[in-house]
Design a protein around this ligand. Structure first.
Ligand code: ZN
Length: 302
């Protein structure tokens, strides 16, 4: 048993939990309970245009009906703006981040010639236009400099990030070549997910991130940010996803229905099956206790 474990579930209040998000919630709760740790809930409500009134409270209610109760009041990212600004200021001061004045049109033009070779990348790679200054343009967004400002500085963290996922094994990504200088603060003023997650995980003392496999591709960016900000890197476990009929991740976009909680036990059993658990138990409490025991055997901490 670990002496110190803090885990978290971090839903966006853009709608109710569905079968897929319950799997992520259950996995992080089980891992925290299996390690006698604390389990926190963080409401990722920064993308205000997408937030739905009352969704955060409704999600907390759904979790509670499933017996998944956080050990502290939920943290709302909308209350954390000062911390994100301080982190950005620090990155700018150390020349690890810079203002970008490119409009959407500038970016389309700049990226177009390189697009053919980079078709396999889902995201466009920013060509670094504003890395050395705005050249008279107004600052619109802020980006992370994935290539150290002085290549001879051997002390700067490399953009190649290697890490071990507890379920998926060894992972590696060169953030500079596969993602590029990614956005930390958007042109519309919204703080980027990557920066907010890293700042909040550190502030909440999170030791273990257990989340859906759809987020595995963000991990290298987050570890690079942790290193540049001098923050600890948690352990990671990316859990299996619930797939929609077409084979893509089940989400609101692929037609996920809000979780039917007439029987929380049935919902948990379905979520447990996705995680490879076959737990018995006629009551919610029995089922959860059995699932914790199975999880502990299956995913021991390294
Ligand atoms: Zn730019």
């Amino acid at each position: 048993m670990t002496a110190h474990y803090v885990g978290r579930f971090a839903p966006s209040p853009t709608g109710l939990l569905h079968a897929g998000s319950l799997v992520a919630a259950l996995a992080s709760w089980l891992d925290a309970r299996a390690n006698a740790g604390r389990w926190l809930v963080r409401i990722e409500d920064l993308d205000t245009p997408r937030n739905l009134e009352g969704a955060a409270e409704a999600i907390l209610g759904q979790l509670e009906r499933c017996g998944l109760v956080a050990d502290a009041a939920p943290l709302r990212q909308s209350t954390r703006i000062t911390a994100y600004q301080q982190a950005l200021d620090r990155l700018v001061a150390t020349r690890c981040a810079y203002a970008c004045g490119c409009s959407r049109r500038d970016l389309e033009l700049a990226v177009a010639p390189a697009r053919m070779e980079r078709a396999r990348h889902a995201e466009r790679i920013y060509p670094g236009t504003c890395r050395d200054g705005l050249h008279g343009k107004l600052a619109r967004s802020f980006r992370l400099r994935t290539v150290p400002p002085d290549p001879s500085d051997g002390g700067a963290p490399s953009s190649t990030i290697a890490w071990v996922d507890r379920r998926l094994g060894a992972q590696q990504q060169d953030v500079a070549t596969s993602v590029g200088d990614f956005v930390l603060k958007r042109a519309d003023g919204v703080w980027a997910y990557q920066l907010a997650v890293v700042v909040d995980d550190a502030a909440q003392g999170v030791t273990d991130v257990v989340r859906g496999e759809d987020l595995v591709g963000n991990t290298a960016r987050q570890i690079l940010l942790q290193r540049l900000l001098g923050l600890p890197t948690p352990r990671y476990l990316h859990a299996p996803l619930v797939l929609a009929a077409g084979g893509e991740k089940l989400s609101k976009q692929t037609g996920a229905e809000p979780l039917e909680l007439a029987s929380p036990l049935l919902a948990l059993q379905a979520a447990g099956a996705v995680l490879g658990l076959d737990t018995g138990g006629m009551t919610l409490g029995d089922w959860l206790a059995g699932a914790v025991a199975q999880w502990r055997r299956r995913w021991p901490l390294p």
